[in-house]
Design a protein. Structure first.
Length: 227
């Protein structure tokens, strides 16, 4: 079941469990065509250990923490991608959730992996949901792609109930030679924004509540408790 939408907002059905908040002319995204290749890379445990300095299993602890924070829900998976990393946790941890992404191609893959939950195509900078709708938000692996994540963080905080949590994980400039070099290469190819430090990510979240964070490898894992 979909949560309540903001006044005047509507969703168009794209499939049995998939809806779009975008005008038809804006429904294509660059990740539509590369979703399958993206999956193969980001799901590789070797890639994550060597390049980013963390095992794939570390990500699942981030997902589990967000699911636990949501409790009976609902949870917003804001930037769910293809669910290639989150699907195993969805399959073993019951949670009431909405999966949201800009890419319809990613959502189509996610629908095959998470068969019981609704999926919404929308812009993270303009979420279609009412204020204080969700018990928690998971925002994994997206902020390092954004030139300016501040408007997205503001929206994520807006749709979370006071006292609820926003779980953010993103790649950062860490001082690790390989991770930092790979981020520079991805930036040069237009895949990510200029790399921030963990401290800069935390500073962007602090206007919305209390933040606790840990830096691991080339990642920062941050939890915002919304005031």
């Amino acid at each position: 079941m979909l949560p309540t939408l903001r006044d005047g907002r509507g969703l168009d059905a794209l499939g049995e469990r998939t809806w779009s908040a975008l005008p038809e002319a804006e429904r294509a995204a660059r990740y539509d065509k590369i979703a399958a290749g993206y999956d193969r890379l980001v799901s590789s445990n070797l890639y994550n250990r060597v390049v980013w300095g963390v095992p794939r299993a570390r990500y699942e602890t981030c997902f589990e923490a967000a699911f636990a924070a949501a409790g009976a829900g609902p949870l917003l998976d804001a930037g769910c991608g293809s669910a290639v990393l989150t699907a195993p946790v969805y399959q073993r941890v019951p949670v009431q959730a909405v999966l949201l992404d800009l890419s319809r191609g990613m959502l189509e893959l996610a629908a095959t992996r998470v068969p019981a939950l609704p999926l919404v195509q929308a812009d993270l900078r303009e979420l279609p949901f009412q204020d204080a709708t969700f018990a928690a938000v998971l925002h994994f692996g997206i902020a390092h792609v954004l030139d300016d994540p501040a408007p997205v963080f503001a929206e994520l905080a807006r749709v979370v109930r006071p006292g609820g949590e926003v779980h953010v994980a993103c790649l950062v400039r860490s001082g690790r030679w390989l991770g930092d070099a790979w981020l520079r290469l991805l930036q040069a190819s237009g895949e990510v924004a200029p790399a921030r430090t963990a401290e800069q990510v935390v500073a962007l979240l602090e206007p919305y509540g209390e933040v606790r964070a840990s830096a691991e490898g080339s990642w920062v894992f941050a939890v915002l408790t919304v005031r």
